[in-house]
Write a protein that binds this ligand. Structure first.
Ligand SMILES: C[S@@+](CC[C@H](N)C(=O)[O-])C[C@H]1O[C@@H](n2cnc3c(N)ncnc32)[C@H](O)[C@@H]1O
Ligand SMILES: [Zn+2]
Length: 305
C-alpha cells in the first residue's frame, strides 16, 4: 500500500484509495479504520499484513488453488520480466494516459483518478501503469487497483508493486468500486462482466480490452499442440459487451519473439496449456535451445453507449 500515517489509531492513506471502494455486502462506502475497511453498517474487511484487501465474502471464499497455480504465476513473472511483452505494456501505458486526458470535465480536480485492471494476475501491467502515471502525471495522483480472484497472484502483485492497490475478488460477480468512479478499466487476457464494467466506469471513461491476435504464437500452437484461439474472438468480445459498450478504436500489435528454450517453457506454463502438457511435449520442449515465433495482440477501446 502507499505511504500511510497513523492518527489516533486510524490509518489515513495519503492517497485515500478507499473513496473508490464499496462494501461487498451492502454497497455502502468503505472507510479505513486501522487495518480494516468498514462500512457504516460495520461490515468489516481486513487489510492483509502484506497490504492487499480480501473482498471475497467468507461464504464464497474460494479454495486455495483457484485461478493460476504458484508454478504458473512464477512462470508468468519470469517470462514478463524478461520484457517479451514490453511493447504491449508500453502501448497500455500510453493508452491509459491518453484515456485520462480524454475525459473532458469528467474529472473533479481535487480527487485522484482511478484506473482498475480486472484479472490482473501478478500485477505486471497495472503495477507498471501506476509507476508510469506517477512519473508522467506528477503532481496529479492516479489510484491504480488490480483485482484478481487468485490470492496467491495478488500477494505476489502487492509485494512487487507497492505503489498500486490490490484486491482479491471475483470480477465475474461484482466489482467493489463505486458507480461511475473508474476512469479507465483494463482487461488483459482476463474474464469480462459487461454489466459491472458499465456500472463502475465513469460516463466518459474508457474500457481497454486486450485479446490475442488470430496468429499469436501460431507456429508454437501448431508444433506443440497448444490450445487454439477461438474463431472471431474480436467479434465475440464486442458482442459480449454490446449491450453497454461500443467500440471506439482498435490497435494491432505484432512482432517477432526469439525465445530461449527456458522462456518458451515459461510461456507455455503460464497459460492454461499448463494443465494439458503431455509427457511427449514436455520432452520435446526440453531439447529446444531457441525458437522464433510471432506475438500478436489486439487492443480494443470501448466507451459506454
Ligand atoms: C491469463 S491471466 C492474465 C493476467 C494479467 N492480466 C496478465 O496479462 O499478466 C488471467 C487472470 O484472470 C484471473 N481470473 C480468472 N477468473 C477470475 C475471476 N472470476 N475474477 C477475478 N480474476 C479472475 C486469473 O486468476 C488470472 O490471474
Ligand atoms: Zn456493508
Amino acid at each position: 500500500m502507499a505511504d500511510r500515517a497513523i492518527v489516533g489509531g486510524d490509518v489515513i492513506g495519503t492517497d485515500d484509495f478507499t473513496r473508490f471502494l464499496i462494501c461487498p455486502v451492502c454497497s455502502a462506502p468503505l472507510t479505513q479504520v486501522a487495518t480494516t475497511l468498514r462500512c457504516p453498517q460495520t461490515h468489516s474487511f481486513d487489510i492483509a499484513r502484506e497490504g492487499y484487501i480480501n473482498l471475497l465474502l467468507a461464504k464464497r471464499k474460494q479454495p486455495a488453488t483457484v485461478g493460476d497455480t504458484k508454478e504458473m504465476l512464477q512462470a508468468r513473472r519470469r517470462f514478463l520480466e524478461r520484457g517479451y511483452y514490453q511493447p504491449l505494456l508500453e502501448i497500455m501505458c500510453k493508452q491509459v494516459c491518453e484515456s485520462l486526458d480524454n475525459i473532458p470535465g469528467g474529472r473533479v480536480a481535487a480527487l485522484p483518478d482511478c484506473v482498475v485492471e480486472v484479472g490482473c494476475g501478478d500485477g505486471y501491467y497495472i503495477g507498471q501503469v501506476q509507476h508510469f502515471l506517477n512519473n508522467q502525471l506528477k503532481p496529479r495522483h492516479v489510484c491504480c487497483f488490480g483485482v484478481d480472484i487468485s490470492k496467491e497472484a495478488v500477494k505476489q502483485a502487492v509485494k512487487r508493486y507497492p505503489a498500486a492497490h490490490f484486491i482479491v475478488a471475483d470480477v465475474k460477480r461484482k466489482l467493489f468500486f463505486a458507480s461511475g468512479s473508474v476512469q479507465v478499466l483494463l482487461n488483459i487476457f482476463a474474464p469480462r462482466q459487461a454489466t459491472e464494467f458499465g456500472r463502475v466506469l465513469a460516463r466518459r471513461g474508457r474500457l481497454l480490452v486486450v485479446i490475442p491476435g488470430p496468429d499469436h504464437l501460431s507456429n508454437l500452437r501448431a508444433n506443440f499442440n497448444l490450445i487454439g484461439i477461438e474463431d472471431n474472438k474480436q467479434q465475440r468480445v464486442s458482442a459480449q459487451l454490446a449491450e453497454i459498450f461500443h467500440l471506439t478504436g482498435e490497435q494491432h500489435l505484432a512482432y517477432d519473439l526469439t525465445l530461449t528454450g527456458e522462456a518458451l517453457f515459461d510461456l507455455i506454463q503460464m497459460t492454461p496449456n499448463y494443465w494439458h502438457l503431455s509427457e511427449d511435449t514436455r520432452n520435446r520442449l526440453s531439447t529446444i535451445e531457441s525458437v522464433v515465433t510471432q506475438a500478436s495482440f489486439t487492443i480494443l477501446q470501448f466507451s459506454r453507449s
